[in-house]
Design a protein around this ligand. Structure first.
Ligand SMILES: NC(=O)c1ccc[n+]([C@@H]2O[C@H](COP(=O)([O-])OP(=O)(O)OC[C@H]3O[C@@H](n4cnc5c(N)ncnc54)[C@H](O)[C@@H]3O)[C@@H](O)[C@H]2O)c1
Ligand SMILES: [Zn+2]
Ligand SMILES: [Zn+2]
Length: 373
C-alpha cells in the first residue's frame, strides 16, 4: 500500500540517501502515521555510525517527530485517522507490572529496544524496497513520510498544539526535563550540574530551573555551547579541557563538597563517572541519561556509595508516553515550559544531511526537518 516518494534509508558509512519505499498497512494494534516534522537526536547518530553499537542495515532512522494518524490496525480503539500524535521510542502497554507501577516507565512489552528492527506483532518489517525488507529503528523510524508504530508507542496530543514545536517532546525535551524533575528531583535552592549541553542537557537544565535550583553548572567540552546555554538558565560553565585535574574535583571545589544533583547527558562513560563523583556525600544524586557504547564499563570506588551518594539512570525521563505526554503538551500550551528555543535550524527533508552535519559539528540544538516541501 501507500508507495510514497522521498523515503529515506541509510547505507552504512555514507550520508543518508533518499529512496522510495513501500509502507505496508498497520497490523493488529499498530497505527500508520504521516510524519510532518522530525529531528535528529544523538542516539540516531550513534546507531548510524555503528561504532560502539550493533549494526543493523539498511534501516530507517528517526525517533523525534510529530505527525497525524493515517490509518489504524485491528484492535486499536484509542486512536483514529486524523489524530495528532507523537511517536515515542519507548511504549506503554498499560497492562504489565511496569505500566501499573508509578515508579517505572520500562514497559515489559514496549520498552526501548535498540536491537529490534521489526514489529513485535509478526516479527516483520513494514518497510520494503522491491520486496526486500528495510529495518525499523526504535520502533519509530520517523525519517519517512509514513511510518508504522505500535499503538502503545503513540502519544495522542491536543490538536491545537503546533506539531512543528511540540515534536521535541517526543525525545529530547522530555528525556532531559524528566531526568531532572522526575528522577533527580532537586529540592528548591539546590546546585545542579548538567554534563552535556545538547538538547537533552539543556532540557535537564530547564528542569532544574523549573524546580527552583539556585545554581545550574553546565559542563561541556565544546565551549561554543556555553553562550546558548545561558538562555536555558545555566549560570556557570566548566570546560573539562580547561583544567589539568578531573572535572569532578573542579566541581567539588566550586561547590564546597559537591553538587546536590548531577544529570549526565553526554553518552561518554568518563563523563558518567565524573557526574557521579561530583555529587555531595550524604545526599547527592546523579542521574545517567546518555546512551553508552556497547562495551563501556562504569568504574568507581564503592566508598562513593557508602558515603551516601546515589546513582540512577533513566530512559525518556521516566515519563509514561501515553499517560504523561499529553499533559506535558498542556504545560507548553499553558506557557509553563518553553520549547521554541530548542529549535535553532530548519531544513526540508531533502536536506537531512545538513542536520547530520550540524549535530556532528556540535552546532545549534535541534534542526527541524520538514517532510513537506
Ligand atoms: N536515556 C534516554 O532516554 C535518552 C534519550 C535521548 C537521548 N539520549 C542520549 O542523551 C545524550 C545527549 O543527546 P543529545 O541529542 O542532546 O546530544 P548532543 O550531541 O546534542 O549533545 C551532547 C553534548 O555533550 C557534549 N559532550 C560530549 N562528551 C562530553 C564530555 N566528555 N564531557 C562533557 N560534555 C561532553 C557535547 O559537546 C555535546 O554538547 C546522547 O548520549 C543521547 O544518545 C538518551
Ligand atoms: Zn532521542
Ligand atoms: Zn507495559
Amino acid at each position: 500500500m501507500a508507495s510514497t516518494a522521498n523515503q529515506i534509508i541509510h547505507c552504512k558509512g555514507k550520508p543518508l540517501v533518499i529512496e522510495e519505499v513501500v509502507v505496508a498497512p498497520p497490523q493488529a494494534m499498530e497505527v500508520r502515521i504521516k510524519i510532518l516534522y522530525t529531528a535528529l537526536c544523538h542516539t540516531d547518530v550513534y546507531f548510524w555510525e555503528a561504532k560502539g553499537q550493533s549494526p543493523l542495515f539498511p534501516r530507517i532512522f528517526g525517533h523525534e517527530a510529530g505527525g497525524i494518524v493515517e490509518s489504524v490496525g485491528e484492535g486499536v480503539t484509542e486512536l483514529k485517522p486524523g489524530d495528532h500524535v507523537l511517536p515515542i521510542f519507548t511504549g506503554e502497554c498499560r497492562a504489565c507490572a511496569h505500566c501499573k507501577s508509578e515508579q517505572s516507565n520500562m514497559c515489559e512489552l514496549l520498552r526501548i529496544n535498540t536491537e529490534r528492527g521489526v514489529m513485535i506483532e509478526d516479527g516483520k518489517s513494514r518497510f520494503s524496497i522491491k520486496g526486500q525488507p528495510i529495518y525499523h529503528f526504535l520502533g519509530t523510524s520517523t525519517f519517512s513520510e509514513y511510518t508504522v508504530v505500535h499503538s502503545g508507542c503513540v502519544a495522542k496530543i491536543n490538536p491545537s498544539a503546533p506539531l512543528d514545536t511540540v515534536f521535541v517532546l517526543s525525545c529530547g525535551f522530555c528525556t532531559g526535563f524528566g531526568a531532572t524533575v522526575n528522577v533527580a528531583k532537586p529540592p528548591k535552592g539546590s546546585t545542579v550540574a548538567v554534563f552535556g549541553l545538547g538538547a537533552v542537557g539543556l532540557a535537564a537544565a530547564e528542569g532544574a530551573r523549573f524546580s527552583g535550583a539556585s545554581r545550574i553548572i553546565g559542563v561541556d567540552v565544546n565551549p561554543n555551547k556555553f553562550e546558548q546555554a545561558k538562555k536555558f538558565g545555566v549560570t556557570e560553565f566548566v570546560n573539562p579541557k580547561d583544567h589539568n585535574k578531573p572535572v569532578q574535583e573542579v566541581l567539588v571545589e566550586m561547590t564546597n563538597g559537591g553538587v546536590d544533583r548531577s544529570i549526565e547527558c553526554t553518552g561518554n562513560v568518563q563523563a558518567m563517572i565524573s557526574a557521579f563523583e561530583s555529587v555531595h556525600d550524604g545526599w547527592g544524586v546523579a542521574v545517567l541519561v546518555g546512551v553508552p557504547s556497547k562495551d563501556d564499563v562504569f568504574k568507581t570506588h564503592p566508598l562513593n556509595f557508602l558515603t551516601e551518594r546515589t546513582l540512577k539512570g533513566t530512559f525518556y525521563g521516566n515519563f509514561k508516553p501515553r499517560t504523561d505526554i499529553p499533559l506535558v503538551v498542556e504545560k507548553y500550551m499553558n506557557k509553563e515550559i518553553e520549547l521554541e528555543k530548542f529549535i535553532t535550524h530548519s531544513v526540508p527533508f531533502s536536506e537531512i544531511n545538513t542536520a547530520f552535519d550540524l549535530m556532528l559539528k556540535g552546532e545549534g540544538i535541534r534542526c527541524l526537518i520538514r517532510m513537506k516541501e
